[in-house]
Design a protein around this ligand. Structure first.
Ligand SMILES: [Zn+2]
Ligand SMILES: [Zn+2]
Length: 337
């Protein structure tokens, strides 16, 4: 089969790999759609050195080979979850497979991933994909839909809220889409005009360009001094997190989605005197999958986030395009359409 191979920093090629075989309850999925994630860029594409595994953890496809499956059969449509979890620890039993205490690997990082024609994957790492969710939407479920959905749910976000989304990469665009779907007024913040324009198309009420001056002041002006009820930090940078904390109204809530090595909090200003909540967010617990499916059933247009489509054969161009920043979600499909 053909699959992407990351050879070195900023260097991707498409190469031949052996066809995966099913084994035990590991099945083989033909990948119909797979997305490039910001984490693929940071953790794999921009770091020096050849990466052992095939990249990609966001995918959807069809089961094409089985050995001793427990529930899946050939022809089943599935969405991929990234983790190969133990299925028996307390976290797995609660559906939080991301936090499995005996994790066996993560597809696209320590295990071969989905930027390939086929992937061998544990049955328990797959979710059934209903017929009404097309594959290109299915590959968005794990991260750009599921992560912000879970974050917004934890924050009890609702239609009365003014919600700030800091960073309008795919995760931020997903946050805009879902927060707008909930009926909230959403303010999107990003330096890149392309992404601000896309956020408006996905339902943002206003956008703010940090290049136009102090973000805190700009948002205070837009909200007549009110600030924000809820914020999602999706940029992975310190300053936007500081702005989100500064702008949080008393009893507000900020969720951190972007990977962020360091930021400064001011406990007295932010927490003692405003009683705000700060939460992290990473994927979604499997118990929320039914709710996410319902979002699609009720008309969530997640594929509006997709701006570029490639075949796996064009992996080098796909990665380069996504890394360039003037994109929404960049995906692979079998036909490139
Ligand atoms: Zn991802
Ligand atoms: Zn576990």
């Amino acid at each position: 089969m053909r699959a992407a191979k990351i050879l070195d920093a900023l260097k991707v090629e498409t190469r031949d790999f052996p066809d995966p075989k099913p084994e035990g309850d590991d099945v083989v999925v033909r990948v119909e759609a797979a997305a490039i994630c910001g984490s693929d860029l940071h953790a794999l594409y921009q770091k020096p050195g050849e990466k052992k595994q095939i990249p990609g953890h966001e995918g959807a496809g069809v089961v094409v080979a089985v050995d001793k499956p427990r529930s899946l059969k050939i022809g089943d449509r599935v969405a991929v979850t990234a983790c190969r979890s133990c299925q028996s620890c307390d976290m797995c039993r609660a559906g939080y497979t991301t936090y499995c205490r005996a994790m066996k690997g993560v597809y696209g990082f320590s295990l071969d991933g989905v930027h390939a024609e086929y992937v061998r994957i544990a049955e328990s790492s797959l979710l059934p994909l209903p017929d009404f969710i097309p594959f290109d939407a299915g590959c968005l479920i794990l991260d750009p839909v599921g992560t912000p959905y879970h974050a917004l749910k934890r924050m009890a976000a609702n239609a009365t809220h003014l919600i700030g989304v800091f960073g309008l990469g795919p995760m931020g665009l997903g946050a805009v889409l879902i927060a707008a779907r909930l009926g909230a007024r959403v303010i999107g913040v990003d330096m890149i005009a392309y992404r601000r324009d896309l956020a408006l198309k996905l339902g943002a009420w206003r956008t703010v360009n940090p290049g136009d001056g102090d973000v805190v002041q700009q948002i205070r002006d837009l909200t007549k001094g009110y600030g924000l009820d809820r914020s999602l930090e999706c940029s992975g940078k310190a300053e936007p997190l500081h702005a989100a904390l500064d702008l949080a109204r008393p009893l507000g809530h900020v969720a951190i989605i972007g990977e962020n090595e360091k930021a400064t909090i001011r406990p007295s200003d932010h927490f003692n005197r405003k009683e705000i909540c700060l939460s992290g967010s990473c994927c979604f617990p499997l118990g929320e999958y039914g709710e996410i499916v319902r979002l699609f059933e009720n008309g969530l247009r997640a594929t509006d986030m997709i701006t570029h489509r490639f075949t796996v054969e064009q992996a080098a161009e796909a990665y380069r395009t996504f890394a360039g920043g003037n994109t929404g979600k960049v995906i692979f499909t079998r036909s490139g359409a």
